[in-house]
Write a protein that binds this ligand. Structure first.
Ligand code: SAH
Length: 219
């Protein structure tokens, strides 16, 4: 991926420091750290902000949304326990950065975004960064993608105010879904749901985070 258009020595250096930062904050999985070392985050944020791209911070993108903080992306990715070839549904494409991390880890990624403008930018970002295989859909994530399921993994990157049951129905037996649950404009609890052999779900909680809200409908 080092040869991708728009990457350079300076960005690679900053990226290596971001990976060190994630390591110091407790991210241990070498495959995940390697993926963060490869995906060019500066291609997923607005022009003019490239020099900030490798700080462990969320940034504003179009439509009043955000590209998640790298640490949050790393935690969610870690909780997914991804294997290469997994079919993964992501809700909230945003910039496309999280989708690129999943694709770099070998997942077959389906991602839904409710703003058509963000969908278009994310497709362009993913193409430029070297992940044209990610499939980005314009739609309402609360519905999921029933025609493309079931999925091995489901990842929600916006705050759901209630359990998105339609999504959970699209999870394979043995599959995992990582979903921040809670009120908007507050912190949300990160939950991981596992679909049991009998089709039921069990869940565990994994700390507090802050996401933009998962809204109903597309715009
Ligand atoms: N994964 C993104 C994070 C973007 S922030 C990244 O790496 O950049 C969350 C995104 O979820 C926003 O772009 C927002 O528009 C989107 N979103 C919120 N509710 C949604 C819904 N119901 N369906 C699809 N996308 C939704």
């Amino acid at each position: 991926m080092d040869q991708m258009k728009g990457d350079n020595y300076l960005m690679r250096g900053q990226r290596r420091r971001m990976v060190e930062d994630l390591k110091n904050k407790g991210i241990k999985d070498p495959r995940i750290l390697e993926a963060f070392g490869k995906v060019p985050r500066h291609l997923f944020i607005s022009k003019g902000f490239e020099e900030w791209a490798y700080r462990d911070q969320a940034f504003q993108i179009d439509c009043d949304q955000t590209i998640s903080q790298p640490y949050t992306v790393a935690i969610q990715t870690d909780l997914l326990e991804l294997e290469p070839g997994h079919r993964v549904l992501e809700i909230g494409t945003g910039s496309g950065y999280q989708s690129a991390i999943l694709a770099e880890l070998g997942a077959e990624v389906y991602s839904i975004e409710r703003f058509s403008k963000l969908r278009d930018t994310a497709i362009a970002n993913l193409e430029r960064a070297g992940y044209p295989q990610v499939q980005v859909f314009y739609g309402d994530g609360w519905e999921g993608l029933p025609d493309h399921g079931p999925f091995d993994r489901i990842l929600v990157t916006a705050a759901a105010h209630e359990t998105p049951v339609n999504l959970l129905r699209q999870l394979k037996i043995g599959g995992l879904a990582v979903i921040p649950l809670g009120k908007a404009k507050s912190t949300q609890k990160m939950y991981r749901y596992r679909r049991n052999e009998d089709g039921s779900f069990s869940r565990t909680s994994h700390g507090l985070f802050r996401f933009v809200p998962m809204l109903k409908g597309k715009t």
